[in-house]
Design a protein around this ligand. Structure first.
Ligand code: NAD
Length: 352
């Protein structure tokens, strides 16, 4: 693997490695772009098959953070970190060591929780560095970001409804939710309380039962969720689920959910566009968690954070406007807007 070529292709600034055999830690931090501010992005633990796989993942994830912060108007850059391996036995040693790694970058990178890491892990990191977000409310942080993410998806769904029907109310609308985990659960609750009818699926059926008992939604087997007739399909489970096999099955007007990397490939954004299905780009509609955690940096204020999460509504309407005016898929419009903001900032500071 030619690492500089990989970094050049997508414009990464730095790639850093940390080896601590005493703690049993192999970690990588990727800094994609710091034009708008320090790079913020979570720390993922994953049992990669080899280092190349981990490098590819951290490069891809850090770039997505740049785009997310840029298009949502957040003054942060994009970064991400990965810890290679399965869940560590000695978390204190691992996360103290990882904290020293983060501290060595002197604030260029701010870490947070991600897949495989938790609020309590970030509290260990905080013993070694102040460049960490996503700690508990008791420690002055914002806690679990999932509620803010769900609220952001709710505002995103309203923006989609406004675009396709002129009205933004979810009352009486049908929503098929794939994945009733942390985000899916909160979202199903919010939508049900607002009068939407929800169809729910999860590979763990028991996760759907509480919502159905309280609000009368309907369980759908996982394999049938794509072909369920509903106004909105809401992916809140895995990435890569919008592809050549699933897009022809969809019977919805809108795809709007929290899952990361929903499009298997960028061309699937065009496929949705050509089918007349409005797609809310994933990194925009699921930015509520980032907006919430970014607030921690200046001192967390829940009301302020949640009112900023609401801005996802306007951001998406702007993206839909660009998509319509330029006759391009919404994912392409979002990328263009994110790149434009960075270009403008670079130009204003003499970087171009
Ligand atoms: P989670 O792990 O709590 O929930 C995911 C749920 O999806 C689980 O209940 C799981 O059983 C279910 N699932 C997995 N595969 C499935 C399948 N094939 N069919 C149906 N259900 C399936 O995760 P989460 O925190 O709720 O996040 C959901 C998605 O949103 C993820 O893609 C995540 O990366 C993304 N996201 C989350 C946040 C956040 O704040 N939690 C922020 C941004 C993006």
């Amino acid at each position: 693997m030619d690492i500089f070529r990989e970094m050049n292709t997508k414009g990464h600034e730095r790639l850093l490695f940390w080896n601590d055999p005493d703690a049993g830690l192999n970690a990588i931090i990727a800094i994609h772009n710091t034009t708008l501010g320090p790079a913020l992005g979570g720390c993922r633990i994953w049992p990669y098959n080899n280092t190349q796989e981990a490098i590819k993942d951290v490069l891809r994830l850090s770039r997505a953070m740049t785009y997310k912060a840029s298009v949502c108007g957040i003054n942060l850059g994009g970064g991400k970190s990965v810890i290679i391996g399965s869940q560590p036995k000695n978390r204190e040693a691992v996360f103290r060591s990882f904290g020293r790694f983060v501290e060595s970058l002197e604030g260029v990178y701010i870490t947070a929780e991600d897949v495989g890491t938790s609020v309590s892990d970030m509290e260990i990191v905080k013993l070694q560095t102040s460049h960490v977000a996503g700690v508990s409310k008791e420690k002055g942080g914002s806690g679990d970001p999932s509620i803010a993410t769900a609220i952001g998806v709710y505002w995103g769904i309203k923006a989609c409804l406004k675009k396709v029907s002129g009205g933004e109310s979810v009352a009486g609308k049908t929503v098929a939710i794939q994945g009733i985990g942390k985000v899916g659960f909160y979202l199903a609750e919010i939508l049900s309380k607002e009068g939407a009818r929800v169809f729910l699926t999860d590979i763990d059926r028991s996760r759907t039962e509480d919502i159905i008992k309280r609000f009368g939604g309907e369980y759908i087997p996982p394999k049938d969720i794509f072909s369920t007739a509903a106004d909105i399909f809401c992916p809140c489970a895995l990435g890569g689920i919008l592809n050549n096999e699933t897009i022809p099955l969809l019977k919805c007007r809108i795809v709007a959910g929290s899952a990361n990397n929903q499009l298997e490939d960028e061309r699937h954004g065009r496929l949705l566009y050509e089918r007349g299905i409005l797609y809310a780009p994933d990194y925009v509609i699921n930015a509520g968690g980032l907006i919430n955690v970014a607030n921690e940096i200046e001192g967390y204020d829940k009301d302020k954070a949640l009112s900023q999460v609401k801005s996802i509504y306007d951001t998406l309407l702007n993206i839909f406007r660009v998509s319509t005016v330029e006759s391009i898929p919404t994912n392409m419009a979002a990328d263009r807007m994110a790149e434009d903001r960075i270009r403008r900032k670079k130009a204003s500071t003499g970087g171009l």
